[in-house]
Write a protein that binds this ligand. Structure first.
Ligand SMILES: O=C(O)CCC(=O)C(=O)O
Length: 260
């Protein structure tokens, strides 16, 4: 399975520029015929939370049109990172991931579960209440957004629901890149799953982002660690490895569900 990780720089409060760039990256990715293209968190607007009324994607219309059409035309699965999304009926604003299969069907809408107070998300956004899980050709994929990475019980739930591939899309700042690296690798090892972590790069207001997108296999081997440049990374993964490692060290059979 070939993954394309879009490590994108995002222009804050400039959806027009960001949609154009996303379109460009989609086309560029297809040169290598990936099975799945993955975007970072809130790539449409950056953290322009206070401008949500003007810049959020209303009912996800623009994002759906772009990704659904492209996925169908090119027979590729698209994990749409997340976008700042506004529901026109309720007025709720969410940090929302939309995923499309290779026929262009929307397979999940996932709203970030854990809102990040350090970035005032709790003041502007509504948290989700459901897990991000979808089927990719018989393999269960679990998704989350950025700060969700800090919650190990969420991972256990996703893996308990059958996930073998875990995807985190992020705007994780350079200031805590050590946490990012350590948590991404740990989550792969402790959950015996592939961890795909797609981060943005560049600078927004006074915050720098390291890129440093990662792919880690279920043994904890780092298959990709990106630099800080804006680019697409392509990585091949072998899903059969997950079962082999779970058989070798059966942590899910050995876990004391009776105690914790
Ligand atoms: O947990 C962190 O340190 C970063 C989280 C974050 O930036 C986010 O959720 O947007």
């Amino acid at each position: 399975m070939k993954l394309a990780l879009v490590q994108m720089d995002v222009q804050i409060g400039e959806p027009e520029k960001n949609y154009q760039k996303a379109q460009h990256f989609l086309k560029e990715a297809m040169a290598q015929n990936p099975d799945m293209i993955i975007f970072p968190e809130m790539w449409n607007t950056g953290y322009a939370l206070e401008q949500a009324d003007e810049v959020a994607d209303i009912d996800g219309k623009r994002t759906r049109e772009l990704f659904s059409e492209f996925a169908k035309q090119h027979h590729v699965t698209i994990v749409g990172g997340s976008v700042l999304y506004k529901d026109s009926q309720s007025g709720d604003v969410t940090n929302t991931m939309l995923v499309f299969d290779e026929k262009g069907n929307e397979v999940i809408r996932y709203d970030k579960l854990h809102l990040f107070r350090l970035m005032d998300e709790h003041l502007y956004l509504k948290a989700g209440n459901a897990f991000g899980l979808f089927d990719y050709k018989g393999t269960t994929v679990g998704t989350m957004i950025c700060y969700d990475l800090r919650f190990p019980f969420l991972f256990r739930k996703l893996v308990g629901s059958g996930a073998k591939l875990l995807i985190n899309t992020a705007q994780w700042p350079s200031a805590r890149v050590d946490h990012w690296r350590t948590l991404v690798i740990s989550r792969a090892i402790e959950n015996q799953s592939y961890m795909i972590a797609v981060n943005r790069c560049g600078t927004s207001r006074d915050t720098a982002f390291p890129g440093n997108s990662m792919v880690v296999d279920p043994w904890g081997e780092v298959l990709l660690e990106g630099d800080s440049n804006e680019q697409i990374y392509f990585v091949d993964i072998d899903l059969a490895k997950v079962d082999a490692i779970r058989k070798r060290i059966p942590v899910f059979d050995d876990q004391r569900f009776d105690l914790y």
